[in-house]
Design a protein around this ligand. Structure first.
Ligand code: FE2
Length: 397
């Protein structure tokens, strides 16, 4: 039987009846073939097609596709910035300060909201501009830093991280910088409504009960309430923030908007918010490795999220995002240092550990486009007892 399925349901073992790609532009020898390995699957995902035609008489069917995508190997899509004037170590130190200052600013702003004071946009806007500058210059520097969060400061750090990720997302969608800035501002402010949620609910270790969950959910409407009175908040920033819990299939809140009734900006922040939330270490759970989180988003494309936007986001941050730990075919472990847009499967990696010898090595940076070695899989820092934070220092850049 021939059927058309969304790419998210495609898996190894299926027979492609039609790739729906112009023959001369795709990297495959045939339009019809069985996908037998991860590398081919990754190439198909990287091609950006939304749907694929399969023949279930010649290959696996969708019903068997529970483990949808084994791994998606792709990296970021940033044009190299012409503005780099710092060494990587200087850029790292700059990003570290920026992250700290932005967190403090958010902390102060949420305190103001708690006390019923108005948000001072003139404090927030320069910080968002600095995040834009940093992300346009060197996205691989700020993003891994923003992924590391402390328990006490989670809400502020999450806001800054969402703002930075929104810039990465806006860039891959080729939006104008001025529009990206407004989305990033909306990302920064998306959770200000949480200032009205009591701390015992906000920071509760463990699951919220039904009543607490209702209070927690109110934060999205609270955010809209706070922002509608702030002079100078653009429609883009407002929608990005106020709609961040709406879901593509209409199951979100506060308005239960569906599909394209949710603005592009709200849809973007929804994806970014969930990605950052599930990759962060929280009071009640460990962070999910970024590669796994991206796979989850991929699964939710078509239900919670617009599948095309999910694909674009994955291209924006990379399947092996900067800062993640990867295992090479040579059995070395390395940290992804730079995602390179033109060579999606070949980031720049800092090798730090030899799995065969079970020992650290003298760290060395390898550009995988210049190496025979390839990434085999992602790995968890925890499993190998490697401290992520210890490797996020200026000396390692
Ligand atoms: Fe939220």
């Amino acid at each position: 039987m021939i059927k058309k399925i969304p790419l998210q349901q495609f898996k190894i073992g299926m027979y492609i009846n039609d790739l729906n790609l112009v023959w001369s532009t795709h990297p495959f020898a045939w339009q019809c073939f069985t996908v037998e390995d991860e590398a081919t699957l990754n190439k198909i995902i990287a091609s950006g097609i939304a749907e694929i035609e399969i023949n279930t008489a010649l290959g696996a069917d969708v019903a068997l596709a529970n483990d949808l995508v084994q791994s998606i190997n792709e990296t970021s899509s940033f044009a190299p910035s012409l503005l780099i004037t710092r060494t990587p170590a200087e850029e790292f130190e700059h990003a570290q300060k920026l992250y700290g200052n932005a967190n403090k600013m958010m902390q102060g702003m949420m305190q103001d909201v708690r006390l019923g004071k108005q948000i001072q946009l003139e404090q927030c806007e320069p910080m968002v501009e600095s995040i834009l500058d940093s992300m346009f210059r060197s996205p691989s520097t700020l993003l891994p830093l923003a992924q590391m969060k402390t328990r006490d400061e989670y809400t502020f750090q999450h806001s800054v991280s969402v703002s930075a990720l929104a810039v990465a997302f806006g860039r891959v969608l080729n939006l104008p910088r001025i529009e990206i800035k407004e989305i990033a501002l909306g990302g920064m402010l998306h959770d200000v409504g949480k200032a009205k949620v009591p701390g015992r609910i906000l920071n509760k270790p463990g699951k919220l009960d039904d009543a607490e969950f209702v209070v927690m959910k109110n934060h999205a409407a609270n955010t809209a309430d706070v922002l509608k009175d702030v002079a100078g908040v653009s429609d883009i920033a407002f929608k990005a923030a106020a709609q961040h819990h709406e879901r593509f299939d209409g199951t979100g809140y506060p308005q239960g908007l569906k599909g394209e009734d949710i603005s592009l900006y709200g849809q973007m922040i929804a994806i970014v918010d969930v990605y950052d939330a599930i990759t962060s270490i929280r009071v009640y759970h460990k962070g999910m490795p970024p590669t796994e989180a991206l796979r989850k988003l991929f699964e939710w494309g078509g239900t919670h999220f617009n599948p095309r936007l999910v694909q674009a986001f994955i291209k924006g941050v990379g399947v092996y995002p900067a800062g993640s730990l990867v295992r090479m075919e040579s059995d070395m472990l390395g940290i992804v240092r730079n995602v390179v847009p033109e060579r999606l499967l070949q980031p720049i990696v800092q090798l730090i550990y030899d799995c065969k010898k079970m020992s650290h090595i003298d760290p060395r940076v390898v550009d995988l486009s210049q190496s025979e070695d390839k990434i085999k899989s992602h790995e968890s820092f925890e499993k190998w007892g490697i401290k992520q934070a210890a490797w996020a220092t200026a000396e390692n850049f």
